[in-house]
Design a protein around this ligand. Structure first.
Ligand code: ATP
Ligand code: MG
Ligand code: FE
Length: 336
């Protein structure tokens, strides 16, 4: 089964061809980072316009690189939520037009289900059930992946997502957008024990996360330094902030995995690229007899191959979307 997949939920225009959910025949990503960097973040109207300009070429390129034509495709999968509504509309319209014209079934995919499925691409042996920590620009979820299309969220952020916290803190230190990779890099040159930041604890759900207090603590630290004229070492600040985020993520993920009796933990989303998170989680998993899975960086960030992987399993379960498939900006994981 070959799936043509399309992803346009944020600022990456992407298309891919994936065979049987695990073999990537092509994975084309046209990123808009250079444009949005000028504004310090994603500008929705510009994102939609750029998707529109690029999507036809990106799809064509994905088919070409996979050496297939639309005839060889069994279904068209597309991200229909969550994300920026104008951006999602470009992808869904494109997918509907292609599927309709080629007489192929259409499968709407949840973006986060895609991030989770990115783990299947390079880990041929990974099958549900397992625990998954999703850390992206808009989500921070600890999820029991019960089946390919069945999810139980046991922990979530109460405020900012992990990636959002990275981006906001990076902006306040003057590192620019997107902040995650910049903080990751700066932190390598800094001392993670230079500044102690508070850790938020949720008494009613020990698996939940909160990052806004940490973000405020960083801002307070910066303001205080400005007032007293103390010098701020941005590398130390980045390293200390990153350490605080990573500590909480690792603690909750390991605890959740153990308490739910799993021996497999997967990492997903853009922040899954973070080198400190990977290293710290690897160490904790080894200590606790847990096998850790994570995608290569190219499959962590937004891409269409992960949508093709998720789309394949949805297709196999008989899921089909109608021609009335609409963008769903705030679609919940597991919701149809
Ligand atoms: P969502 O998937 O929740 O809809 P999104 O698609 O915008 O949001 P992703 O593309 O999954 O998010 O991830 C982007 C986020 O990952 C950004 O916040 C970015 O700063 C962060 N990120 C990327 N690389 C790293 C890194 N090395 N360290 C920390 N954060 C990172
Ligand atoms: Mg992006
Ligand atoms: Fe994403």
């Amino acid at each position: 089964i070959k799936i043509l997949a399309i992803e346009s939920s944020c600022d990456e225009t992407a298309a891919a061809v994936v065979e049987n959910g695990r073999k990537v025949l092509s994975n084309v990503i046209s990123t808009q980072i250079d444009i949005h960097t000028l504004y310090g973040g994603v500008v929705p109207e510009i994102a939609s316009r750029k998707h529109l300009e690029r999507i036809n070429q990106v799809v064509k390129e994905a088919l070409k690189q996979a050496s297939v034509t639309l005839e060889d495709i069994d279904a068209v999968a597309v991200t229909y939520g969550p994300g920026l509504v104008g951006a999602l509309l470009v992808g869904t319209a494109e997918a509907k037009a292609i599927a309709y014209a080629a007489g192929k079934p259409l499968v709407g995919v949840h973006h986060i289900e895609g991030h989770i499925a990115a783990n299947y691409i390079e880990n041929q042996d990974l099958e549900p059930p397992f625990m998954c920590l999703i850390v992206s620009g808009g989500h921070t979820h600890l999820v029991v992946v019960e089946d390919y299309d069945k999810f139980n969220i046991i922990g979530r952020t109460r405020d900012d997502a992990a990636g959002e916290a990275f981006d906001k803190v990076a902006r306040s230190i003057g590192l620019g957008y997107p902040g995650g990779p910049k903080i990751d890099k700066a932190a390598k040159l800094g001392n993670p024990d230079a500044i102690t930041f508070p850790k938020a604890k949720m008494s009613d759900n020990p698996y939940d996360f909160s990052f806004s207090g940490l973000k405020s603590a960083v801002l307070n630290y910066l303001n205080h330094a400005k007032m007293t004229g103390e010098e701020v070492n941005p590398n130390d600040l980045a390293a200390s902030f990153q350490k605080a985020v990573v500590q909480v993520l690792v603690e909750h993920a390991i605890r959740g995995t153990k308490e739910h009796g799993f021996r497999k933990l997967a990492l997903a989303g853009g922040v899954a690229s973070n080198s400190a998170l990977r290293a710290s989680l690897k160490e904790a998993c080894e200590k606790n007899g847990i096998t850790l899975y994570y995608p290569s960086p190219i499959f962590c960030t937004d891409n269409a191959a992960m949508i093709g992987a998720a789309g394949y399993y949805e297709y196999k379960k008989g899921r089909r979307s109608g021609w009335d498939l609409n963008a769903a900006a705030s679609l919940k994981l597991g919701e149809r």
